[in-house]
Write a protein of this length. Structure first.
Length: 247
């Protein structure tokens, strides 16, 4: 298809479907088809020689699909650019916030370093500092209870040897002395331990048994043997009003 002209053999013409061509191009197209009728190269609708209409107009405007696609592509590029700029602003704001937090953290570290000097000169502070004093290795311990008043740790486990009976290990946090306490006969694995304010260790074991350890004399005795099928799941709920029971 060649560009049409204002007059002559290739003057601007149209066919019934509305598409515009040069007249000589349409005639050549009909000759190539070898028939009296042919299809529009753009939409495929049929037209005949007699359907070709010459257009007489001072100016003809024809939509340019390529130009529309180009404008649409430009708009998409602008939209992508706006999104990129928006993301860049968010990144810059986040980076600025992190920098401020780092500066504040650095200032806090400097204040923390100055606190010991402040206390050395008679200042006061509520800052607590924990220091590792003792470390205990409990091999095979199951459950554990701590007597804060007496500074004693009570842990359950198995004794070494062939029998491997269940025992309690009592550890003094001051002297690091360990004492093995034998449990009542036929006591199975301990499931939970609770230390009362009076220094008594009450523990529940498998087999529906509840036992009491008197820490002062290392005497362990059984308190209750639960029977029946209404025994709850193996989860212990300890009471807090021990003085009501003389414990």
């Amino acid at each position: 298809m060649n560009p049409w002209t204002a007059d002559g053999e290739h003057r601007v013409s149209c066919i019934p479907c509305g598409h515009v061509y040069g007249r000589s191009c349409l005639e050549k197209w009909l000759a190539q088809c070898g028939k009296k009728s042919a299809t529009c190269p753009q939409c495929g609708k049929m037209f005949r020689q007699k359907n070709i209409i010459n257009l007489y107009a001072p100016e003809i405007v024809v939509p340019n699909n390529d130009l529309e696609k180009q404008q649409k592509l430009i708009e998409e590029i602008k939209e992508y650019k706006r999104q990129i700029l928006h993301q860049q602003r968010l990144i810059n704001e986040s980076s600025s916030k992190r920098q401020k937090m780092a500066e504040q953290s650095s200032d806090g570290a400097m204040i923390a370093e100055s606190l010991p000097l402040h206390r050395a000169h008679g200042g006061s502070s509520d800052l607590c500092k924990f220091v590792l004093q003792n470390e205990f290795v409990l091999d095979g311990a199951r459950v554990m209870g701590i007597d804060a008043s007496s500074q004693i740790i009570v842990a359950s486990g198995r004794a070494p040897g062939v029998s491997a009976e269940h025992v309690l290990t009592k550890i003094c946090m001051f002297s690091r002395q360990e004492t093995k306490v034998r449990l009542p006969p036929n006591t199975k694995a301990v499931r939970d331990i609770c230390i009362t304010p009076g220094g008594l260790a009450i523990f529940a074991s498998l087999g529906r048994k509840l036992s009491l350890l008197r820490s002062a004399c290392n005497i362990c005795s059984r308190l209750v043997l639960f029977r029946g099928s209404n025994w709850p799941q193996p989860r212990i709920c300890w009471i807090t009003e021990w003085h009501a029971f003389g414990l």
